[in-house]
Design a binder for this molecule. Structure first.
Ligand SMILES: Cc1ncc(C[n+]2csc(CCOP(=O)(O)OP(=O)(O)O)c2C)c(N)n1
Ligand SMILES: [Mg+2]
Length: 330
């Protein structure tokens, strides 16, 4: 078994205007949401930390646009982008981050712990690699029920050094579970560069080690991610087992708001801004004439307005009452 290095061909870029609009809207929705979250954090509206997803948006969009509400998903503390891409309401997400009662977990989860049964979100997780075995459990449920559901789990490069990651991959392989492991390799685990913590050049090798179909893809190209996601989801839905996707990408901002970023150079960050996902997709839209410059602006503006309105609405939302402090917690 060998790693499949996905290479984009011209065939990939044959989408229509409505697909391009939906991808462009989704990318912008996440970007504006994350920018607004930083603004809110600075204003003291959010407790705990905010870990921005800016730079990795194409992974969430490329994968989640192929999922249904009944499919399961787990993610990390960097998981609002995945939630939005899976159809979460930005108002309920902001409300959760601000500790308000209309939030997905009635304000008790905060920015790192967002779950929604209705959307199949089995939870974002503050524990590195914590969501991976939960998704494998979801996949086991799906297999037993036999209704064609799949489970997707998003995690970082650092998570692949956790013991539970290896246990979960092995079990998923042995039981041939309908699960897609999406490793967002953004080259850093907090302040540690990947080269200081593991020797594998491609993390997809870790999937191969467990006899799992493993693919490496450009995580900054939404259509490349979309193509590998389609194949992986089809494999899972048709009972042919798990897939490991390594999406090579980059975290453009600090690990969390307030990170001094002394562990990397400004030049390195600049290089990645030049190939960030929104820029890449915008260029594709113009090159293949899916959308004009003006249409791109209009769609981005709509996303911005939706985010701004949701933000304002969440600021005005009430806090949960004191009597509820012990309900829904365990
Ligand atoms: C079990 C556990 N160990 C350590 C931490 C502290 N921690 C939070 S984020 C993080 C880095 C994880 O890096 P990676 O998996 O690459 O994800 P990224 O933050 O880059 O998205 C660490 C070590 C934690 N939250 N949980
Ligand atoms: Mg990382």
């Amino acid at each position: 078994m060998e790693i499949n290095f996905f290479e984009a061909t011209e065939n990939l870029y044959k989408i229509d205007k409505s697909e391009a609009t939906s991808i462009w809207y989704g990318l912008n929705q996440i970007r504006f949401f994350e920018e607004a979250s930083i603004k809110a954090y600075k204003k003291g509206l959010i407790g705990g930390s905010v870990h921005p997803y800016i730079g990795q948006e194409a992974v969430a969009i490329g994968i989640c646009r192929n999922l249904n509400n009944t499919d399961y998903m787990t993610t990390t503390y960097r998981g609002r982008g995945h939630a939005l891409a899976k159809g979460a309401d930005p108002f309920k997400l902001f409300a959760e981050m601000f500790g308000r009662k209309s939030g997905y977990c009635k304000g008790k989860g905060g920015p790192m712990h967002i779950a929604s049964k209705k959307l199949g979100m089995l939870g974002a997780n503050g524990i590195v690699a914590g969501g991976i075995p939960i998704a494998v459990g979801g996949a086991l449920t799906a297999k037993r029920k036999g209704e064609g559901q799949v489970a997707v789990t998003f995690f970082g490069d650092g998570a692949t050094n956790q013991g539970v990651f290896h246990e979960a991959l092995n079990l998923a392989a042995v039981l041939q579970l309908p699960v897609i492991f999406v490793c967002e390799n953004n080259l850093y685990s907090e302040m540690t560069p990947i080269s200081d913590s593991l020797l594998n050049k491609d993390l997809a090798e870790r999937g191969i080690a467990y006899h799992i179909h493993s693919v490496v893809v450009d995580g900054n190209d939404p259509l490349a991610v979309d193509a590998v996601a389609k194949e992986a989801i089809e494999r899972a839905r048709s009972g042919n087992g798990p897939t490991f996707i390594e999406a090579k990408t980059y975290r453009l901002l600090g690990h969390m708001f307030g990170d001094s970023e002394t562990y990397r150079t400004k030049e390195e960050v600049q290089e990645w801004w030049a190939k960030e996902p929104l820029k890449i997709f915008k260029e594709q839209c113009l090159q293949y004439e899916w959308l004009s410059e003006r249409e791109l602006e209009e769609v981005a503006e709509q996303a911005k307005e939706e985010i701004n309105a949701s933000y304002e609405q969440a600021v005005l939302d009430e806090e949960p009452s004191l009597e509820e402090v012990y309900t829904d917690v365990y």
